[in-house]
Design a protein around this ligand. Structure first.
Ligand code: ZN
Length: 295
């Protein structure tokens, strides 16, 4: 939303546009800062801070055991579950943000947790005093969002709510697990003692010092599996003989951390998720999947 406003102002020929622009930039920064602070407050008042503390303690312990420089680039995988019932009581603003702008929520969460991790590391007597944000992988889920009509994907109109949406239906297909590389760590074989992290690509980066192609610490690669699944909306089962209408299943990208149940063809599932675009695709991304008994 803010980007749209900023673009409009940029096109304006008004001489005051630059000051409006900077005001908008300030407001966006302020709002992102505000969101991060809200998340930090929520973490402190819930069990989530303990999860962050444990991840930092384990990262520091591993580094201190080996004292290898590449271990300072090891990942921090932090899985944070937000319970709907708890958000309603103690974090309504956050719930509203997650529902309206899940991608913005994910971004704010990552930066907020990064700030908390840095504070914890600074307070450590031993071990690395900071990390690169590329080492941090926050895996969030919003659990037990009730089945609400306004959030439900409507296959009759092929209409999906903006923000977080619910897809409710029958599992009709799934692919075998595929591997998603979250992070890889690289070193320079030319004696430069340089290390580097890659997150979105598995291609060897070039050494920033001597420009040689770097080699990977194979054992330090961090991956997560995912599947693509097809969910046939429940309305197809309710009205199987409607003329002139073909129902298509919704394709969902299901990362391993977003579900704990078995996948069974023909069983009924409720997916909480959102549309996400990458450079190569535009997909419905699962935030949580659970099996339910009835349509
Ligand atoms: Zn080098």
């Amino acid at each position: 939303m803010f980007n749209v406003n900023a673009a409009l102002v940029t096109q304006s020929t008004d001489s005051s546009s630059s000051s409006i622009n900077s005001n908008i930039t300030r407001r966006v920064q302020h709002s992102q800062f505000h969101e991060q602070k809200l998340i930090e407050k929520y973490c402190r008042e819930s069990e989530l801070l303990k999860i962050i503390e444990n991840a930092v303690a384990s990262f520091t312990r591993n580094y201190n055991l080996t004292l290898k420089p590449e271990e300072a680039l090891a990942p921090l995988l932090i899985r944070l579950d937000f319970e709907y019932s708890d958000l309603i009581k103690h974090g309504q603003q956050l719930l509203y943000l997650a529902l309206r702008e899940p991608l913005q929520f994910a971004e704010a969460l990552k930066y907020s947790v990064y700030g908390q991790v840095r504070d914890l590391l600074k307070a450590n007597d031993n071990g690395p005093k900071s990390i690169d944000i590329a080492q941090l992988h926050t895996q969030w889920r919003l659990l037990d969002l009730p089945l609400q009509e306004n959030l439900l994907f409507k296959p009759t109109k092929f209409k999906c709510p903006l923000g977080l949406a619910l897809v409710h239906g029958i599992l009709s297909a799934y692919t075998p697990p595929e591997i998603l590389v979250l992070q890889s760590i690289w070193y320079c074989g030319g004696g430069c003692m340089r290390n580097a992290i890659q997150t979105s690509s598995t291609e060897a980066p070039l050494c920033p010092n001597c420009s040689r192609s770097m080699s990977e610490y194979q054992k330090l690669r961090v991956t997560e599996s995912y599947r693509l699944i097809a969910i046939l909306p429940s309305v197809c089962a309710e009205t199987p003989r409607q003329l002139n209408r073909i129902y298509r299943p919704i394709l969902v990208r299901l990362r391993a951390h977003t579900y704990d149940c078995d996948l069974k063809l023909g069983a009924i599932y409720l997916v909480t998720g959102y549309y996400n675009s990458t450079s190569t695709s535009y997909q419905f991304e699962s935030c949580h999947l659970k099996r339910i008994q009835r349509l």
